[in-house]
Unconditional design. Structure first.
Length: 388
């Protein structure tokens, strides 16, 4: 297996997709599936039309993203096409929606479509599922719950959420030669050898835990029976920082919430807004009755986490790699700025300089700690290592 990657920054969508797809296909003799990522600079419909034409019978999926990760390069504007070249891989792409009305059912149906006619792989093979949903319009954690009920734990899970650009341009997920704004997309990869997965965020807890005493989906209403923002602000003041509503965004960027897990890890939740009621709106759901802690991190900690995630994925695969898919939260980029290149370099360094890397910035990530029971994460990097 080999992941062959083509990229282009040409301003015209048709020309950019054509150039990227041609480069990726030129090195491929047995293309199994293609992944197409484009930035918000290109109309989704034009990307879909060009990719459908250029890729022909090759199954493909992808998404619109704030930036693309391709090899050692970060493309804030461009198109990337990655073709997995492997005659022994079985693939299936599924899509279902609308997801806004019943995200769990959309996830369930997308996963079922991605598993159609796909029998359980024998012991010497490995399965991965990639899941893409829109965090702007639905609860992506509910989407994952639905997909998990169909595909099950124990396989390699990855993928992420999409969202609108800073200018309000909506995102899209690609499947079946279409660009969807209200569908979940699922991709099944059955491989000839073990697929490795690694996940890490680099955030550390600070301050005491607080119990969630009222929450509805992504809205964290009360902690310890008080408005959630009161407790969050008190935790900041214990560190000598006054956080009013006007300074909330800058403080929250480096101080997300962490939900303790049984294995000692923390599931990260990104608070993005303070409601008039004092509730905190997060990028993914927060379970009622859970404990949460305010987390902290530095750019150096996030860069190190990228190295750890990639090393975990390589070790999990346990064999030479033919490529890697990387999904990195957009809010990590907002914090790292120009140091995002260091994070990508740390990831590639752990995978090995010879391993082709393709990925994108996401609005939340799909991945599993430990026993491959997937969850929807924020401010996290997930790496899928493909066997050679």
């Amino acid at each position: 297996m080999r992941l062959n990657i083509g990229t282009s920054t040409l301003p015209d969508a048709d020309a950019a997709v054509s150039a990227a797809a041609s480069a990726a296909r030129a090195a491929s003799t047995s293309p199994a599936i293609a992944f197409v990522f484009s930035t918000f600079d290109y109309p989704a419909a034009a990307v879909v039309a060009a990719a459908t034409r250029e890729l022909g019978p090759i199954p493909w999926a992808g998404a619109v993203t704030p930036a693309i990760l391709a090899g050692a390069h970060i493309l804030p504007r461009g198109v990337a096409v990655g073709v997995i070249d492997c005659e022994r891989m079985r693939v299936r792409v599924g899509a279902s929606g609308p997801s806004v009305s019943d995200p769990r059912d959309a996830g369930r149906r997308a996963a079922r479509a991605a598993l159609a006619d796909m029998s359980l792989p024998p012991a010497d093979r490995s399965r991965a599922m990639l899941l893409f949903s829109d965090t702007e319009t639905c609860d992506a954690a509910e989407v994952l719950h639905g997909a998990l009920g169909v595909a099950g734990a124990g396989i390699a899970w990855c993928g992420g959420g999409t969202g609108a650009s800073e200018a309000g341009v909506p995102s899209a997920r690609f499947a079946h030669g279409r660009g969807y704004d209200d569908h979940v997309v699922a991709v099944t990869l059955d491989c000839h050898a073990r697929v490795g997965v690694g996940i890490q965020h680099g955030w550390q807890p600070t301050g005491p835990p607080a119990m969630v005493t009222a929450a509805h989906g992504c809205l964290l209403e009360r902690l310890e029976h008080r408005p959630a923002f009161e407790i969050y602000r008190a935790a900041a003041e214990e560190r000598g920082e006054h956080v009013g509503a006007e300074k909330f965004a800058s403080f929250a960027m480096t101080h997300p919430l962490g939900i303790p897990q049984a294995n000692g890890e923390y599931l990260i939740r990104d608070p993005v807004a303070v409601e008039a009621t004092g509730s905190l709106r997060c990028m993914a759901n927060v379970p009622d009755g859970a404990l949460v802690r305010v987390m902290e991190g530095t750019p150096a900690m996030l860069v190190e986490a990228a190295h750890v995630a990639a090393a975990m994925a390589r070790e999990d695969a346990g064999a030479p790699l033919g490529g890697a898919l990387v999904f990195d939260c957009v809010t990590r980029y907002l914090m790292l700025g120009d140091r995002l290149g260091e994070e990508l370099a740390a990831c590639r360094g752990a995978l090995g300089p010879e391993v082709p890397v393709l990925g994108c910035l996401t609005f939340g990530e799909v991945g599993a700690f430990g026993a491959r029971m997937p969850q929807f994460h924020n401010k996290t990097m997930v790496v899928l290592a493909l066997p050679a």
